[in-house]
Write a protein that binds this ligand. Structure first.
Ligand SMILES: [Zn+2]
Length: 299
């Protein structure tokens, strides 16, 4: 096992943190989270597997963290994370891990900026090893989430069953939290035809999708969701598979960071979510006997 002496930690850390404050970027107003930058990064074939020593794992996670901090990303979905049980994050790492601990590629997790960890909860009654849902509250005292984030990793080759699960759970959560913004990020392993504007006759996987890809695309559309990716490949194969989905009625701007991160063959894909405080619902204003609470008791 690799040693974890102070010298080695310094060696691993120093090329990437460069004196930056991890708290750079003011995204709170009056203590309430109003916008938050999210990302998805498939860390590549070996994921965050330790590859024989903590030093290599730590080099990779620092490389990823450096880019996330640079871009002010606060929550990053890691499809195919392969973050093994017991694998350590480096001392002083600015993100906490939330998700499945598994050496298997069929696993997913999140890096959560540590200052947000008490506002973010992993939902336990929905999801699986490859579909996880996070609730994000605007401040630590709020109970109802303002943002729900689905992290997804359907299997390569077109995973209709997983997509059905994602979209069913999206419907459930939309009904349960009608005021929350719901975004779905991850490696969708599907080639949606609407994402590119290629010449007629192009034979790429987006222009000539398989029946499976067409079926999944139809399900996404039927759920009222849209992949808002720009026409920029997210994988070294030239395809757009790392997706950000949101409701048709709530367009968002998605960016693709075209510098390699953490030795992955996938790009980092980012989006900024804007959260809106909702007025208290009617139910909260009405007393047990159905009468309006005195105005003095309203929050
Ligand atoms: Zn094409």
């Amino acid at each position: 096992m690799a040693g974890r002496g102070a010298g080695q930690v310094k060696h691993v850390v120093s090329p990437f943190v460069g004196g930056q404050s991890v708290l750079a970027g003011n995204y709170f107003t009056s203590g309430v989270l109003e916008r938050i930058k999210l990302a998805t990064l498939n860390p590549g074939r070996t994921g965050l597997a330790a590859l024989g020593s903590d030093d290599i794992l730590w080099w990779r996670v620092w490389h990823i963290a450096h880019e996330l901090v640079q871009q002010n990303v606060k929550i990053c979905v890691l499809p195919g994370a392969r973050f093994a049980p017991g694998a350590p994050l480096p001392p002083g790492f600015p993100f906490v891990w939330l998700g499945v601990r598994s050496a298997s590629w069929a696993s997913i997790g999140f890096f959560i900026a540590e200052e947000l960890q008490f506002q973010v909860t992993l939902m336990e009654d929905v999801g699986s090893d490859i579909v996880l849902w996070l609730e994000v509250r605007q401040d630590v005292n709020t109970e109802t989430p303002a943002l729900m984030i689905g992290g997804i990793y359907p299997r390569p080759g077109g995973d209709l069953e997983c997509w059905q699960q994602i979209l069913t759970e999206f419907g459930i959560l939309k009904a349960r939290f009608p005021h929350a913004l719901i975004l779905i990020l991850g490696d969708g392993n599907v080639h949606l035809s609407g994402l590119v504007d290629h010449n007629a006759g192009c034979r790429c996987l987006h222009c000539r999708p398989t029946k499976m890809d067409r079926d999944i695309g139809a399900l996404i559309q039927a759920a009222g969701l849209v992949a808002y990716n720009p026409a920029i490949p997210t994988h070294s194969s030239g395809t757009i598979i790392d997706l950000v989905l949101a409701s048709l009625s709530a367009p968002i701007e998605v960016s693709v960071c075209q510098t390699p991160v953490g030795l992955s063959d996938h790009e980092l894909v980012t989006v900024t979510a804007r959260l809106h405080s909702k007025p208290p619902t009617r139910i909260q204003l009405v007393g047990l006997n159905g009468s309006e609470l005195p105005s003095g008791l309203r929050q």
